[in-house]
Design a protein around this ligand. Structure first.
Ligand code: SF4
Length: 67
């Protein structure tokens, strides 16, 4: 199952990701992204990847799970 990663140092709190997939991404009180889930099902993958691509600072990546 693909794994979602966030670069918390890069995140600027634009919240594009939250608007695109609020079941997976949230923003904490400091304005930094929070991953509500790290393992993404194949069914959710296109939507979650699209949300990751919407991040203006490319803080989000979806990686294939290591063998
Ligand atoms: S879109 Fe990017 S910068 Fe904005 S909250 Fe999400 S991870 Fe952070």
């Amino acid at each position: 199952m693909p794994v979602l990663k966030a670069d918390l140092g890069a995140c600027q709190g634009y919240a594009n990701c939250v608007m695109a997939a609020s079941d997976v991404y949230d923003i904490d009180d400091d304005g930094v992204v929070v991953l509500l889930r790290e393992h993404i099902s194949d069914a959710d993958l296109p939507r979650v990847q699209e949300a990751a691509r919407s991040c203006p600072v490319s803080a989000l990546t979806v990686e294939a799970e290591p063998e």
